[in-house]
Design a binder for this molecule. Structure first.
Ligand SMILES: [Zn+2]
Length: 262
């Protein structure tokens, strides 16, 4: 968890030098990802991946820089340390997703790993990719984001249906724990893929009160989920939803208010 806690110290509004420093240190330098025309970072594990794993490298911090982070013994949650005047949130949204994906890459779990830019500004990186470089989504059956509060949700709705119940049920049983299908999503990057990719979901990663100074991350849940994900076996996933059958008036690029993500 040491690396994860270090990653949380980076406050990184979209497009700033601190987001770039974070991308350099944790993605470019160790993994040499492919960068698309918007700056999304893409790493393939295995040949012909059929699953996109999704997170975003920006946070909703107002200012870039470094912050101190503490772990509260009582509940095992990470939080911003007291007195961090320049910080307005922890940024577990989406540091947690980035870290989980790095752990999965190291474990050799197959997939196309997309570290998106500017999700918090309204899915800008994923929207750019869907419109300008949809070849990255060719042959992809499911796009699974790690960008959701709580510990139980496999999201089927992002302002409209984006994943089938059959898929969400199959993913829930691979994950185990208390995971179950939930229609209560708002949006994250995988929404932008809803008219191209069959199953587009977002799963709980154990953060709470995101986008606020009270944001915290349940480290026990995160460790548990990491252990599940580094042995993820996708062979029982069910792909049912027809992306072409999405209602004509469903706009996958629409976001309501950038401060309301997830
Ligand atoms: Zn997020």
């Amino acid at each position: 968890m040491e690396k994860y806690l270090e990653m949380l110290t980076f406050m990184r509004p979209a497009g700033g030098v601190w987001e770039d420093a974070f991308v350099e240190k944790y993605l470019r330098e160790p993994h040499r990802p492919i960068e698309d025309g918007y700056g999304n970072q893409i790493i393939d594990v295995g040949s012909k991946p059929n699953i996109v794993w999704s997170s975003h490298t920006d946070t909703v911090h107002y200012k870039g820089g470094l912050q101190n982070v503490i772990v509260t013994k009582k509940d095992g949650h990470a939080r911003v340390a007291p007195g961090q005047k320049l910080s307005n949130c922890l940024g577990a949204d989406c540091t947690t997703g980035v870290w989980l994906m790095l752990e999965m890459i190291e474990a050799g779990i197959a997939g196309r790993y997309i570290f998106h830019r500017a999700e918090e500004r309204g899915m800008l990186g994923s929207t750019w990719l869907a419109k300008n470089a949809p070849e990255w989504l060719k042959g992809i059956d499911a796009a699974i984001a790690f960008d959701r509060m709580g510990t139980t949700d496999v999201i089927t709705n992002q302002c409209g249906n984006t994943a089938s119940n059959e898929f969400a049920t199959s993913l829930s049983s691979i994950l185990g724990g208390a995971y179950k299908p939930s229609p209560n999503g708002v949006y994250t990057d995988t929404k932008a893929y809803a008219k191209i990719v069959s199953e587009c979901t977002n799963i709980s990663v154990g953060y709470y009160r995101q986008h606020s100074s009270q944001e915290s991350q349940d480290l026990n849940h995160l460790k548990w989920l990491r252990d599940r994900m580094v042995q993820f076996d996708a062979s029982t996933l069910v792909f049912k939803r027809d992306p072409a059958a999405a209602p004509a008036d469903y706009d996958p690029y629409d976001f309501m208010d950038w401060d309301q993500s997830q």
